[in-house]
Design a protein around this ligand. Structure first.
Ligand code: MN3
Length: 235
């Protein structure tokens, strides 16, 4: 499907007139409307389901406004990138590639973030078992050692970012990394299987500047079954 501007340009070039407020049409036939490639996924639970660890208002703002913003930003960046490529303006290509990386990172990580959480006692909290526990023990020594390292990494992110547990495909090992913003990582070939958002918008309403309290409470809603599915898809 052509992008909207290309389409409008070609529509106008062929002498069509567009009237404001009415659907585009050629002699009654509806014209294709540009699709928004990426869409905001629904939360897999209610907005208040993670209380008291993550409050309802934070979840509403975080999912409906912040995540939606990344989805919109990614759709726009991809459209603009396509235009910049056709025009041959490679400084714009670079600009929109960076925007796509930022917003795409945000969209992907938030989509994972909602899924790796579940209400406490209903899939959330406790410890992993099976393949996840085996991998954690083998790569970090113990679950406790992993949890301390991950908590410390999350708490120490400078400014906005994430702590991530990733599976390194080449080494077949788990590792913990920080991502600044959404996308600045230091390792290739590693896929996130668990992550915590430590941007202030993820916790500030309830925890204010007490990021560590948020992280420690967050462990109560970690959905280890989902992490097992994420890992099993890679190994
Ligand atoms: Mn966020």
């Amino acid at each position: 499907m052509p992008h909207r501007r290309e389409f409008l340009t070609s529509a106008l070039a062929t002498g069509l007139t567009l009237s404001a407020g009415s659907p585009l049409s050629i002699i009654g036939a509806p014209l294709p409307v540009p699709t928004q490639t990426h869409k905001l996924p629904a939360l897999p639970y209610d907005y208040n389901a993670l209380e008291p660890h993550i409050d309802e208002q934070t979840m509403r703002l975080h999912h409906d406004k912040h995540h939606q913003g990344y989805v919109n930003g990614l759709n726009k960046a991809e459209d603009m990138l396509s235009e910049a490529r056709s025009s041959g303006d490679y400084s714009l290509v670079q600009h929109w590639s960076r925007q796509a990386a930022f917003h795409g990172g945000g969209h992907w990580l938030h989509s994972m973030f909602w899924k790796v959480m579940a209400p406490n006692g209903k899939g959330g909290g406790g410890e992993p078992s099976g393949v996840v526990m085996d991998a954690i023990q083998s790569d970090f020594g113990s679950f406790d050692a992993f949890k301390k390292q991950f908590t410390s990494a999350a708490n120490a992110v400078e400014g906005s970012g994430w702590a991530l547990l990733l599976y390194q495909m080449e080494d077949k090992k788990l590792l913990v990394l920080q991502a600044e913003n959404q996308q600045k990582l230091s390792v290739w070939g590693a896929v996130p299987v668990l992550g915590i958002d430590v941007w202030e918008h993820a916790y500030y309403l309830k925890y204010q500047n007490r990021r560590l309290d948020y992280i420690e409470s967050w462990w109560n809603v970690v959905n280890w079954k989902q992490i097992e599915m994420n890992l099993n898809a890679l190994i």
